[in-house]
Design a protein around this ligand. Structure first.
Ligand code: UDP
Length: 364
């Protein structure tokens, strides 16, 4: 700590991380004794996958942009590690803050741990128990080297307990709630309708997870189900660049009642969620946002890290099987009582900042 200023280097690189870090940055900026330096790895780089979030959500612009993208997992993580290390050596922060489970998360955590800089992991303790997911590997390794693990849910804490974190490792575990709920509450009044969208009642869908996009059978099965459902109700599909390219390559045809649009900014996304009648997604964040905005959710995955949504019947896991998707769409009766606090009611960022400011006091 220099001149009593606690310096935090935030590492981010992917769309959901801009949204999560946005709320924490807003909280950090309220404190004179905190300084934040943002490093954007460049993992997501299109205007509508990156810049739009910093502009619309008024997030502090990154001081560094590493421009690392479009490479294999190993090459990307390795190059990020090297560049982040250089920045950390120069910036000498007290904390490195990483979010979620991307290659940027892991590279940031590894670089910091080798320089003995304290790491705060936001969205710690989540598990899908599917080691084939790159995200699962990233989050497990990041948790292991972190000094503070900010857990959004009870099940995240339970996962860490089961892995021996409480007893064996010297880390602090905090249940702080979900920073995405902070963002959903703060930005909901700024929601804006996407241009040129002329549908009223619709289902909102997103598909981008590698286990779906890179598996021909699963992707075709999902497309078949969406095409069938779109005979009843329009589907709005803000399409992730990866999914767009793969659908084009494989010549999968989407029905006319599926309104494919480019990925939108967060304010447009909030509007789309608010006005939808159902969410169908393989996104992690969107499953929770469905709950925040009181919308039922069908999840196009075999497992979820957000198990409490399934336990309380706000969300149904259907995988990628056409008949299961259709059956759930036609027959499932969802819970419509949303008066339960699963994610901390918008105080997660406040809790993070408080914990960072008092961490060393507790260690004395
Ligand atoms: N999102 C967005 N625009 C879009 C699609 C998604 O702003 O066109 C937001 C969404 O509301 C959520 C976050 O991006 O807050 C989720 O990101 P993504 O699905 O890419 O990642 P995941 O949550 O699965 O890690």
């Amino acid at each position: 700590m220099k001149n009593n200023i606690l310096k935090v280097v935030t590492i981010l690189g992917a769309r959901p991380q801009f949204i999560k870090a946005g709320s924490v940055s807003r909280e950090i900026s309220k404190y004179d004794e905190l300084e934040e330096v943002i490093v954007h790895t460049g993992q997501h780089f299109d205007e509508n996958m990156s810049d739009i979030f910093f502009d619309e959500m008024k997030i502090q612009k990154p001081q560094y942009n590493l421009g690392i993208n479009g490479k294999s997992h190993g090459a990307m993580t390795g190059q990020m590690l090297e560049k982040i290390e250089e920045i950390l050596v120069k910036e000498k922060p007290d904390w490195v803050m990483v979010y979620g489970d991307t290659n940027s998360t892991l590279a940031g955590a590894l670089a910091a741990s080798k320089l003995h800089i304290k790491i705060a992991h936001v969205e710690a303790g989540l598990r899908s128990f599917n080691m084939k997911m790159p995200e699962e590997v990233n989050r497990i390794l990041t948790d292991r080297v972190s000094s503070i693990l900010f857990c959004p849910t009870d099940s995240a804490i339970k996962n860490l307990n089961n892995e021996g974190f409480q007893n064996i490792f010297t880390c602090k575990i905090v249940k702080n709630g979900d920073v995405m709920q902070d963002g959903a509450i703060f930005y909901s009044e700024f929601a804006k309708k996407p241009d040129n969208l002329h549908v009223e009642k619709y289902i909102l869908s997103t598909i981008h997870r590698v286990e779906n996009t890179d598996d021909d059978k699963r992707l075709t099965s999902i497309v078949d189900a969406l095409n069938e459902i779109s005979k009843n109700i329009p589907i709005v599909l803000p399409l992730h660049p990866r999914t767009k390219n793969i659908l084009k390559e494989r010549k999968n045809v989407l029905s006319e009642n599926i309104h494919v649009i480019d990925p939108v900014g967060y304010l447009e996304m909030v509007w789309l969620i608010q006005h939808s009648s159902l969410i169908m997604t393989d996104s992690g964040g969107l499953q929770k946002e469905a709950f925040f905005f009181h919308k039922p959710c069908i999840t196009l995955r075999d497992e979820t890290e957000w198990v409490e949504l399934v336990e309380h019947n706000y969300n149904v896991l259907v995988g990628a099987d056409t008949s299961k998707i259709l059956d759930t769409y036609h027959k499932h009766v969802f819970n419509t009582q949303y008066d339960i606090d699963l994610y901390g009611q918008g105080k997660a960022s406040e809790e993070i900042v408080k914990s960072l400011l008092t961490f060393d006091e507790h260690r004395k």
